[in-house]
Design a protein around this ligand. Structure first.
Ligand code: DGY
Length: 325
């Protein structure tokens, strides 16, 4: 079996690159920056496989430049950056990295929830600015989490992992999705409700849907108006699920109490006014960013490439219909 020529669009953890290098010739973009489209178009030429990131827009133009490539192995569970129908048309396989980042992402949603509810980031900044002059009965009053209601939008793997943890805080779980999920209910004791009911009744709302046309701006002005004034929105899924300008207005006007965000509509840009708000936490898309998880994601992406190289169906192939033995 001859060695494949693989392009890796950004540096990923070393164990994954070492594994790839053992079987393939590879070039890695080590600039630390996302490649300009024009550079990406050049770099993918003549490759057998491309290990791409969620920040690389893999459209028909890139696929045509990568003529002869057998697989785009995305280093993410989300794959809204890849035009799957165009890949399928061109008989190029696409894979992702599901499973390994489920709990890690759910943990980050909880970290944002608690940090926002208890104003951790805001009060930390206050201390660092030398403003803390002694304990005060009204200093940084936040929201309790115990015994409250949490609404989970999207009952997939990550939503379920997030919701399972609500039991530890004696919380009531509501969830909404395109259909009820009996496994979700068994694992979380969650109650299936409409999005409207969920928004009206929840103290915390956490988004765990993929970005598809149906979820674009799922949360906008009308939805924020339905939420409680004391409610907190958490988003660790994809930015465009939330209309970010509408969110800024809802936070400015006190329509909702706070937001814990890891993803943005125009990443890496922020909607105007967002960064000035004390009632928003703005993390730089790090929900899966633990050493273990990012290493596992790399190993999975490489495993998908090596399977394709051996003529096997990659374990996480998203368009298996193009697989030819
Ligand atoms: C994903 O995998 O889709 C996350 O957004 C980044 O790990």
């Amino acid at each position: 079996m001859s060695r494949w020529n693989v392009y890796v669009t950004n540096e990923i953890p070393k164990p994954a690159l070492d594994m790839l290098e053992e079987y393939c010739d590879m070039e890695v973009n080590r600039t630390g920056h996302v490649l300009e489209k024009s550079v990406l178009l050049e770099k993918v030429k003549g490759r057998d496989a491309i290990l791409s990131l969620l920040t690389d827009p893999i459209d028909a133009e890139v696929m045509d430049a990568a003529k002869g490539a057998k697989i785009f192995a995305n280093y993410a569970v989300g794959y809204n950056n890849i035009d799957i129908p165009s890949a399928t048309e061109r008989c190029i396989m696409v894979s992702n990295t599901p499973g390994v980042l489920t709990d890690t992402t759910a943990e980050m949603a909880w970290a944002l929830l608690f940090s926002m509810a208890r104003r951790v980031v805001e009060s930390d900044k206050y201390s660092r600015m030398g403003k803390y002059k002694g304990w005060g009965p009204m200093l940084f009053l936040g929201q309790d989490v115990m015994n409250k209601t949490v609404g989970v939008i999207g009952a997939g793997r990550i939503g379920m992992s997030f919701a399972k943890r609500a039991k530890a805080f004696d919380m009531k779980v509501l969830y909404s999705d395109v259909a009820a999920n009996p496994e979700f209910e068994k694992e979380t004791e969650g109650q299936y409700v409409s999005l409207e009911t969920l928004l009206k009744e929840s103290d915390f709302v956490s988004i765990h849907t993929p970005l598809v046309p149906e979820t674009f701006h799922l949360m906008s002005t009308k939805e924020f108006k339905l939420m409680k004034n004391t409610a907190i929105l958490i988003n660790t899924s994809r930015g465009p699920v939330v209309d970010e300008s509408a969110l800024v207005k809802a936070l400015q006007s006190g329509e909702i109490w706070g937001a814990g965000l890891d993803v943005y509509e125009f990443e890496p840009e922020f909607a105007e006014g967002l960064l000035e708000l004390d009632n928003a936490i703005v993390c730089p898309h790090i929900a899966s960013a633990t050493i273990d998880t990012r290493t596992k994601m790399g190993i999975i992406a490489v495993t998908n490439i090596l399977a394709a190289m051996r003529g096997e169906l990659p374990p996480n192939c998203l368009n298996p219909e193009v697989f030819k033995k």
